[in-house]
Write a protein that binds this ligand. Sequence first.
Ligand SMILES: C[S@@+](CC[C@H](N)C(=O)[O-])C[C@H]1O[C@@H](n2cnc3c(N)ncnc32)[C@H](O)[C@@H]1O
Length: 268
Amino acid sequence: MEIDVGVLKELASLVYEVSGIVFKDSNLTVLESRLRTRINEKHCSPREYIQILRTNDQELRDFVDFVTTNFTSFFRYPRHFEMLRTEILPKVVQKSSEKKITIWSAGCSTGEEPYSLAITLDIFLRENEMFDWEYAVIGSDISLQSLFVAKEGVFPEKAFTKVPEDLVQKYFVKTSKGYQIVPEIAKHIRFDYHNLIYDNGLRDIPVVFCRNVLIYFDLAVQLKVLENIHRAMRSGGFLFIGHSESLIRITNMFHPQSFSQGVVYVKS
Ligand SMILES: C[S@@+](CC[C@H](N)C(=O)[O-])C[C@H]1O[C@@H](n2cnc3c(N)ncnc32)[C@H](O)[C@@H]1O
């Protein structure tokens, strides 16, 4: 069945309204394949499906979930985690008024990033003998399907090809379903359903990872999301973004600071 380009554009604008995710005209094929799957399941026409989306919030949320790009991996960009442990966390500790470190993984997908952050925090606190310090990691995403995987905390062996063997041995337990994060780490992590377009009420967060998320938004949504992240952060807090992303020319709410392993943005 031919799908009218007008329908696809309407679908793109619905997805944009709800999530801020932009589907350019050159990228409508992604939406088209997702739409085909849905109309086959629902036995309706493309136009009828758009009507369903307009009147059924749950279906719209599910469709947005369906079109999100959730690629991620453990210790993605290892230098970020190295820099966090050796250069950023010592600064956070110096400025901290309480013995607790909280990190927000904004757009955490299936959880590999927040688990990598919690493992890094555990290593940092042990190697500095900071046994009376606490830590928490908050992972948030708009994709419920991804959050289910994240909460379960069980990953296939192939997810660990780039993870040092000693870390896998120490922080995961082999089960019949895959490798499960140990409870001593899992208990420090909370997963929340959250759309970055809105304020989630977090405040005073010293470190935020929002990597490979801003690329899916246009400038207006990037600014809105960055305002929300800025509000959630502690003054002088550190924001990590993806390698292909930059805040220069977008906002001066954050300024870039160079460290030996790369650039981190600091809340101005
Ligand atoms: C490519 S993944 C990045 C995962 C991880 N941060 C990393 O770098 O490996 C992008 C994630 O952003 C999420 N996302 C997209 N739009 C969002 C929004 N408006 N609010 C919250 N999360 C969103 C997607 O669901 C997806 O899981």
